[in-house]
Design a protein around this ligand. Sequence first.
Ligand code: OGA
Ligand code: MN
Length: 289
Amino acid sequence: MPVTVHPFAIGFGAEIRGLELSDPVFDGDSFEIWRKAWETHRVLVLHDQFFTDRQHIAFSEWFGPLEEFPDPKDWAADDLPNILRVSNVDRRTDTIKDVDEPGHKSFTLGTSDWHTDSSYLKVPCKGSLLYSREVPASGGDTMFANMEAAYAALPDKRKADIAHLEVVHDFHWTRRRFGLPPRSPEVQAKTPAVTHPLVWTLPTGAKALLIGSHACTIVGMEEGVARKLLDELTEWATQPQFTYRHSWRVGDLVMWDNRCTMHRAMPYELANVRRVLQRTTVVGDGPVA
Ligand code: OGA
Ligand code: MN
């Protein structure tokens, strides 16, 4: 079957058909089709993939080195630090987690707010590949916002006003905001607050807003004013004309470009219904600006 690309009507995102990622003949030509489509459409969806954890990693590695996740209990297996379980199900007991357990709560609250993965790192990731193994019958969609289109549609005056702003991203602030206890000083020390330009230039030359839930303030700006601006930009960027909502089927792979999109998990019955997704994340190479 030929590989075909089907862009979504919303103006970003596309479904890819005709690729079997577990196929041993997946090669550089197929990768090139995927890479180009990803560069153009920012969010790619591929249905009906049934692959192993190692195949998930192998496909992801076509894009570069993968991030290692800090906590072994969130890995797909004891020897797979590159796959994060995005799930309300505990791997070791195979039962639904306590919704109030702080680590789990941090995760569910964190992913349900609009965010950019690892924006609190000096170099945020390039992209993420999320794969579904079990999904709720209803709820638990993932929404994506097109930060390139959102930037492009801003009035010129606003573009000029924000052109040189630097945003502070801080994971500890995110936790405080969610009312979660601070982590140990050693863990805190590993992710000090960082600053990124509010407007990123992508390798293609396009510009995108880099905000999301870890964006806590703006350098040199009074805190209340900064908060207001960040909230306004988030509201602007998440209007329906800039968003795509993905309803999961088992076997979906969704890959997003983290440099020019934000995303969030939509609610589902956390305490009663199983949702098991898993994610690999490609290490970033920083802003071009
Ligand atoms: C993620 C994430 C959203 C979801 O894996 O980075 O934010 O819908 N997931 O689970
Ligand atoms: Mn995320």
